[in-house]
Design a protein around this ligand. Structure first.
Ligand code: DGI
Ligand code: FE
Ligand code: FE
Length: 199
């Protein structure tokens, strides 16, 4: 599988993103690559997905709605969550620039904000790297999450989902149904891992 040339992607992002977002993207890539090699996933795919995950972050809600509508995103179910649209739009924006990309990579960027039920390892990796990247201003729980995703991707992702839900609840924000489904599905996955280990 060939991925877009890294320097070309960086050049494109450098012209699109604000400086702090560009630096965040590099931090996500650094952690994503580290996680991929630790957990035996494709380092190249992790790098590309990390670089592209916020490529639509500079767009206005109007533009994002247009792109998402064209791509068949259910806008009614997402109208209360404008801050999630950049993730759903990212696969279209990235492919417009770089041509067709693998579905596994596209899903990792599509679900990087919310997660969803039955996440693949690459989706968990990008979701977690976005949260725990090294450039983030320290906040309670960050170090613990960073350590845990390096040791155990499932438990680390679960901790991050739980922290995110707690954070949003404290701010009285509605939790997207994808996030709730991700939480429930990963809890079940970890429970069944435990059962398999006992047998
Ligand atoms: O794009 P980033 O800033 O790197 O981070 P992100 O894509 O993970 O999150 C973007 C925003 O979306 C952030 O302010 C948190 C918010 N968010 C994530 N999950 C949910 C959510 N907001 C609501 N209302 N509900 C969610 O489930
Ligand atoms: Fe994002
Ligand atoms: Fe991000």
């Amino acid at each position: 599988m060939t991925y877009p040339d890294r320097i070309e992607v960086l050049r494109w992002l450098y012209g699109r993103l604000k400086p702090h977002r560009f630096l965040h993207t590099l931090g996500v890539e650094q952690l994503a690559v580290q996680l991929a090699s630790r957990h035996h996933l494709s380092v190249e795919m992790a790098s590309s997905a990390a670089l592209l995950h916020d490529c639509a972050k500079n767009m206005s809600v109007e533009e994002l709605l247009k792109v998402c509508d064209k791509a068949g995103v259910d806008l009614k179910r997402n109208q209360d969550y404008p801050q999630l649209l950049h993730a759903f739009a990212a696969p279209i924006v990235a492919q417009k620039q770089f041509g067709p990309l693998p579905e596994e990579l596209l899903n990792a960027i599509r679900f990087h904000t919310t997660g969803h039920a039955h996440m693949t390892p690459m989706e968990k990796l990008i979701f977690s790297a976005d949260y725990a990247e090294p450039g983030r201003e320290p906040f309670p729980g960050l170090m613990e999450a960073r350590d845990l995703i390096l040791q155990d991707l499932n438990r680390g992702t679960l901790l991050i989902l739980e922290n995110t839900v707690q954070y949003l609840q404290n701010k009285n924000q509605n939790i997207h149904f994808y996030t709730l489904e991700a939480l429930q599905s990963l809890r079940q996955e970890i429970q069944s891992e435990g059962r398999d280990n006992v047998q």
